[in-house]
Design a protein around this ligand. Structure first.
Ligand code: NAD
Length: 425
């Protein structure tokens, strides 16, 4: 294919907008030909950015599916609970699919998506973007090259970050399981996927998990605290105050995440952020929200061949999503703390550092895992352009396996017992 890959963006929020930037950077590789989003502000912004024709601006994904197929691929970035229906419908229409993670919020829906994509002969790439992070990929290459011998144990930490958790999982989109998903799925399906990937995609036999929602509960609301931070007389003593997280940032000129996502219908400035805090969900006291997802959870896994893994997700950290990993093998130990990879060889008793070139185009600007996001969309576009799914590292089968493992882990937490993976009840 020599002309650019034509994509439809379904869900023009944070993720949809950002993946679309790829078309602005590489117009010869990708063109955004349509957008669907009920929010006029988001839809129009993306429409203008990519000069989308009026007849290709839609308020809902269903209107797109109702038309004859008119693009090569669809980028689905709708909220978690609106993944399965569009994914299945677009697959049946023959569109290749980039689907944000989590694939869906039940195991049956995940299975249905994969089955439909395979039956329809379309490519599916799920937003497990960390697989495209150059350092994470280097870890996999080192393991596969035998740098630490046979893997024995993986220890992996996801420090969510204290204000990130308050933003996304107490006040924001992923706060409530009924509206989005339990936090192990919403936040840490990335991590369980990486553990499974590093363990050689072998089958997990047993899993156990514990976790709960700490602190951010109504009974912990301090005496005298108001329901909104703008009205709160003790806000200055609260590290989770919305005034500190949003208002102080915009006053200091920082309009990027998390400020960028709290004004649904306008660009952020002091006035619009104040309005959002006055009336919207992000101005609520963290002890007066309708949140219920876990703030801390651990998962223990035993894979085929006796390989074990221990995962921890915790909200109460200084660092934001700067994952830390140690992988112990028969011949050495590999560790990663965000500052490069270190491999200690038991035979030579020497450490080797491995650093990786990691510089996505500045204009892409997705913050956090920018290069992973950039490589992810780039690989998908290449896969569609070349009709070659080998560019995709987060394809249907392996992604389904790691998603199923997440559902098993949550089952263990809820039932308070070891779950034998694949058992029927
Ligand atoms: N891969 C990652 O690391 C990562 C990071 C953040 C979020 N996500 C996932 O990406 C997805 C989107 O997250 P976001 O942060 O962009 O959320 P967002 O709320 O900013 O964007 C979602 C958009 O979907 C739109 N939408 C709702 N119903 C729709 C419909 N029927 N048709 C079309 N559009 C519709 C909303 O109006 C909104 O603009 C979620 O599933 C989220 O969990 C993945």
């Amino acid at each position: 294919m020599t002309s650019p890959v034509r994509v439809i963006v379904v869900g023009a929020g944070n993720r949809g907008q950002n993946y679309s930037n790829f078309a602005s950077i590489h117009p010869e590789r990708m063109k955004v030909v349509a957008v669907a989003d009920p929010r006029k502000f988001a839809r129009t912004k993306l429409g203008k950015q990519h000069s989308i024709k009026d007849e290709n601006m839609f308020e809902d994904w269903q209107c797109v599916v109702d038309r004859e197929k008119f693009a090569d691929a669809v980028i689905i970035c709708t909220p978690d609970r609106i993944h399965k229906e569009p994914a299945v419908a677009f697959a049946k229409k023959g569109y290749h699919i980039l689907l944000e993670k989590p694939m869906a919020t039940t195991r049956e829906d995940c299975q249905m998506i994969v089955q439909t994509c395979l039956q329809s002969g379309v490519m599916l790439s799920v937003g497990h973007v960390l697989r495209y992070d150059p350092t994470i990929h280097k870890i996999k290459e080192l393991i596969d090259a035998g740098a630490i011998g046979d893997i024995v144990h993986i220890q992996h930490l996801e420090p969510v970050g204290f204000y990130h958790f308050a933003h996304s999982f107490v006040r924001g989109n992923w706060r409530n399981e009924a509206e989005s998903a339990f936090s192990l799925l919403a936040k840490s399906c990335h991590d369980i996927d990486l553990i499974h990937h590093w363990a050689g995609a072998r089958r997990c036999l047993k899993v156990s998990s514990f976790g709960s929602l700490s602190l951010f509960r109504k009974e912990n609301k301090p005496t005298g605290a108001a329901d909104r931070c703008l009205d709160c007389p003790i806000e200055t003593d609260c590290p989770y105050s919305a005034c500190k997280i949003y208002l102080d940032r915009i006053k200091a000129g920082h309009s990027g995440w998390p400020v960028s996502v709290i004004c649904a219908d306008s660009h952020p400035d002091v006035e619009s952020v104040t309005r959002a805090l006055r009336a919207g969900p992000y101005g609520r006291c963290v002890y007066a929200c309708d949140n219920d997802v876990c703030s801390n959870q651990i998962v223990n896994m035993e894979f085929e061949g006796g390989v074990t893994a221990a995962f921890t997700m915790v909200a109460f950290t200084q660092e934001i999503c700067q994952r830390k990993t140690s992988i112990y093998g028969s011949k050495g130990e590999l560790s990663y703390d965000g500052q490069g990879i270190r491999v200690f060889d038991f035979l030579t008793q020497k450490s080797t550092k491995h650093s990786v070139q990691d510089d996505p185009p500045e204009e892409f600007g997705m913050g956090g895992h920018a290069s992973a996001d950039y490589n992810f969309i780039s690989a998908f576009v290449s896969a569609v352009a070349d009709s070659d799914p080998s560019h995709i590292r987060s394809g249907p089968e392996e992604t389904l396996m790691s998603h199923l493992l997440v559902f098993e882990a949550e089952r263990s937490r809820l039932q308070g017992r070891v779950v034998y993976c694949g058992e029927t009840n």
